[in-house]
Design a protein around this ligand. Structure first.
Ligand code: HEM
Length: 478
């Protein structure tokens, strides 16, 4: 690889963050094939914690250290910025969007505040615990029927997370737990498609001349997947509006988040946009974290023993785990943090463009540069973590490092204004599901493969998942 160093950039009169050689027209796009977060991590190891790459016609500046993150966040606070929105996600509904709002508009603030107060507040979370516990019991019951048989953990976790959110939003189970390819209502397919489309590199994102076009048809397919999701709950919204209408004035009790949105005067399109975003943001990410955590525990026997001992000591083997037990399980908390350190579902925090030129870490960042934080690189940096590639939950046992956006070396849920609003909900769900899986079952690999040989290869995409779904055999302890 031909390289262009900081000195070369300076020669051109700009003290840009150092970057590799960039090919005419395509820039550094071809190297992204190995996985953007991996390519950016290699660059940061070579060029330092702030470097830049040209992707198509855009300059991306990548921060990969707590100091770079601090300076980038400071720049976000004092300068005008906007979130880079993939062209496939840009349609007439963007004004109603939470994830894809390019600026912190009035409507974005309203959506964040609605989520914060109704879904993710302490009161909201407490009122949902019965739903999460019911679904955890269902999952355990289902796995008991699979004693000794191979199970696709990703599919099961995905179905469970979809159903929990389905109950919170629409009082409805939308998918079955059986991994038999059946998806009668089409929601699984729509959500998988949205994830796939959201992570497919789009020529229109990198070259302004394609801006008005849709050369790969990604925008059209995204809009079709949105409509497919809408068709799953369209009739529920219609019926519920009817109920509201008929009970006007007689003090109707709200049952779920749909009622809240109707009370707030949301149109059907607004309801669809917000719920699709909650499902897309909240299901794959949570399911993938549980899948990685179980895989790490299966591979690392000592950690599995430690968590099993903690559960046996604090809760016992016959008591069904409730959310109220989880605070007694510090090793479980450490295992989840360690999983998020090694396998953050969002390895790169979404780019925001800085509209004015600025100085970051003594480099000149030109106006309109897209800024990215490489959370994946920071989680594996040997200068920040001892033995960073090993799964060692103990590192979090006597430490105050947390994922709430204050510790810049550990940002699985992001940081600042656009930090994940759903993190308290996600964490509750991950703790409960993982504890239930470990308490009730011993886990084996098919064909008696040695557990330490479990393949941990990652999928190279914008969302970090295991390359192959975790296929394992549960053996019921009871
Ligand atoms: C392990 C689980 C999860 C992880 C690791 C995660 C991670 C993230 C991250 C890193 C961001 C910020 C992206 C950025 O700044 O570039 C984000 C944003 C977001 N997340 Fe999550 N998330 C998780 C679960 C959830 C859940 C359960 C929900 C809702 C049910 C949710 C809804 C959202 C939404 C709506 C945003 C956009 C916020 C905005 O732009 O204002 N996430 N998430």
């Amino acid at each position: 690889v031909r390289t262009r160093t900081k000195a070369a950039a300076s020669r051109r009169g700009q003290n840009l963050p150092p970057s590799p050689y960039s090919w005419p027209i395509i820039g550094n796009l071809p190297y992204m094939l190995k996985g953007p977060h991996i390519y950016f991590t290699e660059l940061s190891r070579f060029y330092g914690p702030l470097c830049s790459v040209k992707l198509g016609t855009h300059l991306f500046v990548i921060g990969s250290s707590p100091l770079a993150a601090t300076e980038i966040m400071r720049a976000y606070d004092r300068l005008p910025t906007y979130r880079w929105v993939p062209k496939a996600g840009q349609d007439g509904l963007q004004d109603y969007s939470l994830i894809w709002a390019s600026e912190c508009t009035h409507h974005w603030k309203l959506l964040r505040s609605l989520c914060r107060t109704e879904l993710f507040s302490v009161k909201g979370l407490d009122s949902q615990s019965v739903l999460r516990e019911k679904n955890a019991d269902k999952m355990v019951g289902f796995l008991k029927t699979k004693h000794g048989k191979v199970v696709n953990v990703r599919e099961l976790m995905f179905a469970t997370t979809v159903n929990i959110l389905g109950n919170i939003c629409f009082s409805n189970d939308f998918v079955g737990l059986e991994d038999d390819g059946k998806d009668s209502r089409g929601l699984k397919r729509a959500l998988y498609n949205l994830m796939k489309l959201g992570t497919t590199p789009n020529i229109a994102d990198f070259y302004p001349r394609f801006e008005g076009l849709d050369p790969q048809g990604l925008k059209k397919k995204t809009s079709e997947a949105m409509s497919e999701a809408f068709s799953v709950w369209e009739h529920i919204i219609k019926e519920r509006r009817g109920t509201w209408e008929s009970q006007k004035g007689s003090g109707y009790d709200e049952h779920d988040f749909l009622d809240t949105m109707i009370r707030c005067g949301f149109s059907d399109l607004q309801i669809n946009q917000l719920t699709v975003e909650l499902f897309s943001g909240g299901t794959h990410s949570t399911a993938s974290t549980i899948e990685w955590a179980l895989a790490e525990l299966i591979k690392n026997k000592e950690s599995m023993f430690a968590i099993q001992n903690e559960l046996a000591k604090q809760i016992g083997s016959t008591t069904c785990i409730k959310e109220s037990h989880v605070s007694r399980l510090p090793y479980l908390h450490a295992c989840v943090k360690e999983t998020l350190r090694l396998h953050p579902p969002a390895p790169l925090l979404h780019p925001q463009a800085i509209l004015e030129g600025c100085e970051i870490m003594n480099y000149t960042v030109p106006k309109n540069s897209q800024m990215i934080l490489n959370v994946w690189a920071m989680g594996r940096d040997p200068s920040l973590w001892e033995d960073p590639l090993s799964f060692k939950p103990e590192r979090f046992c006597d430490s105050n490092v947390d994922f709430k956006g204050q510790d810049f070396k550990f940002l699985p849920f992001g940081v600042g204004r656009r930090m994940c609003p759903g993190y308290p909900y996600a964490i509750k769900q991950i703790h409960l599901m993982l504890a239930s899986l470990v308490q009730n079952f011993d886990w084996f690999l098919p064909d008696n493969i040695d557990l330490s040989k479990l393949d941990m290869t990652e999928n190279f995409g914008i969302i970090s998942q295991r390359k192959k779904p975790l296929m394992v055999i549960p053996k019921c302890k009871c």
